[in-house]
Design a protein around this ligand. Structure first.
Ligand code: N5H
Length: 259
């Protein structure tokens, strides 16, 4: 048993740019010898994702569109993946969205549409993808699914609001999916990362305060990096984590223990 992912294939969903957590995961998996397939949301992202994918030491670059609000498109993308590579060994789901105006002020002001949107993109998308993977028997040799969550789903974090509620739903999904897919030797886990300056965090009110508090209070007195999250994903994808499912691993310099 080791950390090598030589001969294994993984799908990475959610690379936006080089600061993305999904990109940290991609680098860790690629260094371990994994073959990677990327999906992106919207044409705006395609060029970035292709450029980044091309910069990795991969034999071939597979980059496909996948709008995870559209079940037909999800099915099509994963059928494409099946046609191209036959089977996959894991998937990193690093996708979330909420309306910016609902990530500020009172949670109470969340609209029905905003609530549904945040839940559809940030939570249901994992279930939708897992469902298609099973329907297509795409992880027929077992596998590992990893999603990204955040402390704001476990307890109140100022301004996280509807995203916190969506992450709580995602965390619960991880457990139910782990139970459903366990019989096929597919593990499902979440990584709860500390705050990282990504594109999705850009322009979010109070983000700098969150970073500062983390540096002051976390047991390691520092922030965490995409690389550290990437290496935890590598562990979860590898056989070393073969006994772990339905779990959330905090990669947050210990911050969640302090509160
Ligand atoms: C407590 C905090 C700070 C306040 C809340 C931040 C929540 C961020 C997550 C969501 C996913 C951000 C989001 O949807 C922003 C969009 O409304 C606007 N941005 C975009 O459309 C950009 C261009 C694209 C790339 O973004 C997305 N998401 O598609 C939490 C932070 C300390 C930690 C954090 C930032 C957590 C997290 O979930 O990302």
């Amino acid at each position: 048993m080791n950390l090598s992912l030589e001969g294994k294939t993984y799908v990475i969903m959610g690379v936006a740019n080089k600061r993305s957590i999904a990109w940290g995961i991609s680098q860790s998996l690629s260094k371990a010898g994994a073959k990677l397939i990327f999906t992106y949301a919207g044409e705006r992202m395609e060029k970035n994702v292709r450029q980044l994918a091309d910069s990795l030491d991969q034999e071939e670059t597979i980059v496909l569109p996948c709008d995870i609000t559209d079940d037909v498109e999800i099915e099509k993308t994963f059928q494409d993946i099946k046609d191209k590579v036959g089977h996959i060994d894991g998937l990193a789901h690093c996708i979330a969205f909420a309306n910016k105006e609902e990530l500020d002020g009172d949670y109470l002001n969340t609209t029905r549409d905003g609530f549904m949107l945040a839940h559809s993109i940030s939570s249901y998308s994992l279930t939708a993808v897992a469902k298609v993977i099973r329907e297509l028997d795409l992880m027929n040799e077992g596998g590992s699914i990893v999603t990204m969550t955040y402390l704001g789903g476990e307890r109140i974090v100022k301004n996280y609001n509807v995203m916190g509620v969506a992450k709580a739903s995602l965390d619960a999904s991880v457990q139910y999916l782990a139970n459903d897919l366990g019989k096929d030797s597919i593990r499902v886990n979440a990584i709860s990362a500390g705050p990282i300056r990504t594109l999705s965090a850009k322009g979010i009110g109070g983000f700098n305060d969150v970073l500062q508090e983390m540096e002051e209070k976390a047991p390691l007195n520092r922030l965490v990096t995409q690389e550290e999250v990437g290496d935890t994903a590598l562990f979860l994808m590898s056989d070393l984590a073969r006994g772990i499912t339905g779990e959330t691993i905090h990669v947050d310099a210990g911050y969640n223990k302090v509160g």
